[in-house]
Structures are given as C-alpha cells and as structure tokens.
Design a binder for this molecule. Structure first.
Ligand SMILES: [Mg+2]
Length: 110
C-alpha cells in the first residue's frame, strides 16, 4: 500500500494517524506522562508489575464510570464523567510508561 493510500485510510478511519500534537487528547496524555515522570522518575518495573499498575488505573476508571453512571440513584460516590476521562488519560499514560520501560531492553526485548 502506498504511503498516500495508507494516510488516506488513516484519515478516514481514525484521528490517531494525525500528528500527535494536533490532537488534544494526545496532549493530555503527554502532560500526564510528564507528571508521572516528575513524580516517580524513570520506572523500570517488570511486565507483571506494570500490568498490576495498569490494572489499578483501569480499576479507578471503572470506579469513576460506575459512580458517574449511577449518580443520584443508588450510588454513594461522587465521581463524574470528567473524572472518568481523567482516569482514562492516566491509563493511557501508564500504558505508554510500560512500553517505554520495555523498550529500555531490561527484559530482553528490544
Ligand atoms: Mg488513576
């Protein structure tokens, strides 16, 4: 497939193929990744540890979505869809951190 055809296909099916800087959500993920780096520094966890950390973040996204969904009914929590979005950004940033860690080659994969 030619590059032009590939780009056209990307443009039609997804915004992911656009320049990262032009998509606000990527800017949000980048900012979250930077915040994590400032807080924790370079992290080189094992793949299993990364999956536990990612799972914890996914759990927080679930909690926010659940509380937003049942807000005002039988839900004692107070999370909103804004919180859910924030948690999803954290999920994406943690996934990126896991890939960055893996790419440093400490686990035999380059
Ligand atoms: Mg979180």
């Amino acid at each position: 497939m030619s590059e032009n055809t590939e780009n056209q296909k990307c443009a039609e099916s997804s915004r992911l193929c656009e320049t990262a800087g032009s998509i606000p959500v990527f800017d949000d993920v980048r900012a979250e990744r930077k915040r994590q780096e400032l807080k924790w520094g370079e992290q080189n966890h094992s793949p299993a540890e990364w999956l536990m950390i990612l799972g914890e973040e996914v759990g927080e996204a679930n909690q926010a979505a659940l509380e937003a969904h049942f807000a005002g009914t039988h839900n004692p929590g107070n999370h909103t869809l804004k919180d859910y979005r924030k948690e999803l950004i954290q999920v994406a940033a943690v996934a990126i951190a896991a890939v960055e860690s893996l790419d440093r080659g400490l686990w035999g994969i380059k």
